[in-house]
Design a protein around this ligand. Sequence first.
Ligand SMILES: Cc1cc2nc3c(=O)[nH]c(=O)nc-3n(C[C@H](O)[C@H](O)[C@H](O)COP(=O)(O)OP(=O)(O)OC[C@H]3O[C@@H](n4cnc5c(N)ncnc54)[C@H](O)[C@@H]3O)c2cc1C
Length: 92
Amino acid sequence: MLEADGRSACFDCLFPAPGSAICSVLAAEVGAAVTAAACLRLHGDQRTDAPELYAAGDVILGLDRISHAMGAGGVAVTTIGIDLAQQPPLRR
Ligand SMILES: Cc1cc2nc3c(=O)[nH]c(=O)nc-3n(C[C@H](O)[C@H](O)[C@H](O)COP(=O)(O)OP(=O)(O)OC[C@H]3O[C@@H](n4cnc5c(N)ncnc54)[C@H](O)[C@@H]3O)c2cc1C
């Protein structure tokens, strides 16, 4: 492998870790609390500090993995259902 300064180096193993860019600005603008790393803070069952705003996936503080995002999404859906059930039904 050739390095930027022109020297060569060899490795047994390379593990790329590109990371992710957290897009939490809009959530923060409507009242969700964020960490220093811009991740959304939750206070139980995927609820953010903003009313009726739920979060899952890389935008929340925690493990950045597909399985974690899917599981948290399932919890968020269940929580939304529970919270909606507390409100009187809309009759049109
Ligand atoms: C290079 C790389 C390799 C990875 N490999 C693995 C792996 O092997 N196994 C694993 O479990 N995890 C892996 N991950 C992590 C995994 O991809 C994430 O944890 C997971 O995708 C998070 O899901 P998410 O729904 O939060 O975000 P995402 O999957 O990123 O989905 C967010 C979606 O929102 C869309 N979006 C963004 N902004 C807007 C907007 N303003 N309007 C509309 N849509 C918007 C994006 O286009 C995107 O489709 C990897 C991540 C990276 C970067």
